[in-house]
Design a protein around this ligand. Structure first.
Ligand code: NAP
Ligand code: GLV
Length: 312
């Protein structure tokens, strides 16, 4: 069995060694143009040439949760794409989002500013009931984040395309433009985006949708930069309808030096780090799935197989 590795954003050697250790019977190689045909691919944002040349793949494993970059390529007919299914990301995402929500709700920025000026001052405690948090996307990451927020007793609202039941979370469903989506937005003050980027969800955080949040709303985008219309967010913050935003993902990454998000006092940016791919967990997951396929399991038995029609 031959495995080819083509990930444009990470040091290959530890991955090659880790995959070889986990699958001792396999030949694991770094892809280069003209490389021999492989049975399985481990990829992140490979060039088009990769898929044009690798025509014998039984499956391609994406080393991230989001497959939007991969699905932009011309993919070989019938080759299943398998994304990471949590692999240590959901707990990181829960940490990140809970941190941001709590930081905003408890006004820690304001306390830090007071302390910097030597001021010992109290703010009136806020009521959780005034801070409903809406989570867009109740998949692997969104569900974990919703449950974590519910543990802190925030009123949590969740929205997904198909109906879901998550303990402690009021779930809404339906497509964009459905009554369920409108009700979800109206019920939310803090909005967390954990949707995959697809043609439907592109630009979903725009003037129209964000204006439907409760006044003083706060936006947390940890999914993809393409979900957010940057100018619409800034206009709603500057008008006072939104209190601010924390953004981990951007249309162009790294965020260009001249982008207004860098210096806006009500916008916090982080460098696409809310949930990182953890190498050991990811290798264990991918190797387990390759072993299962080699032992005759049908592809439908694996978690994380992407539906190309849905785009996630
Ligand atoms: P997932 O398990 O596939 O979940 C996606 C969720 O979004 C599902 O609940 C799905 O609804 C919902 N959804 C998709 N399209 C929808 C639509 N048009 N209308 C309503 N709901 C829709 O994905 P995941 O593993 O949780 O990851 C989510 C995204 O997080 C990834 O695609 C990636 O872009 C992003 N991410 C970011 C980072 C980072 O570091 N910033 C790290 C990892 C992932 P159904 O269940 O009804 O289909
Ligand atoms: C990171 O953004 C991922 O999709 O895993």
């Amino acid at each position: 069995m031959r495995i080819t590795y083509c990930c444009t954003d990470s040091r290959p050697q530890p991955w090659l060694e880790g995959l070889s250790r986990a699958l001792p019977d396999a030949t694991v190689e770094l892809w280069a143009p003209g490389a021999p045909q492989a049975d399985y691919a481990v990829v992140w944002a490979p060039p088009q040439q990769f898929f044009d040349e690798q025509v014998a793949l039984k499956a391609a494993f994406n080393t991230g949760a989001g497959v939007d970059a991969l699905l932009k390529l011309r993919l070989p007919e019938g080759v299943p794409i398998v994304r990471l299914d949590d692999a240590g990301m959901s707990v990181q995402m829960a940490e990140y989002v809970c941190h941001v929500v709590i930081r905003h709700f408890r006004e820690f920025d304001a306390y830090e500013a007071d302390v910097a000026e030597g001021r010992w001052s109290f703010r009136k405690p806020r009521l959780r009931s005034d801070w409903p948090v809406g989570v867009m996307g109740l998949g692997v990451l969104g569900e974990r984040v919703s449950r974590a927020l519910a543990q802190f007793e925030f009123p949590v609202k969740g929205w997904s395309r198909s109906p879901k039941a998550v303990e402690g979370v009021q779930c809404f469903s339906g497509d964009i433009g459905s009554a369920g989506f409108k009700e979800f937005l109206a019920a939310s003050r803090v909005l967390v985006c954990l949707l995959p980027l697809t043609p439907e969800t592109q630009n979903i955080l725009n003037r129209d949708t964000l204006a439907q949040l409760q006044p003083g709303g706060y936006v947390i985008n940890v999914a993809r930069g393409g979900h957010l219309v940057d100018e619409d967010l800034l206009a709603l913050i500057d008008s006072g309808h939104l209190a601010g935003a924390t953004l981990d993902v951007f249309r162009t990454e790294p965020l260009p030096a001249e982008h207004p998000f860098w210096s806006h006092p009500k916008v916090t940016v982080t460098p696409h780090t809310s949930a990182r791919t953890l190498r050991d967990e990811s290798i264990a997951q991918i190797a387990g799935k390759i072993r299962a396929l080699q032992n005759g399991a049908p592809i439908t038995a694996l978690a994380g197989v992407v539906d190309p029609q849905k785009g996630y």
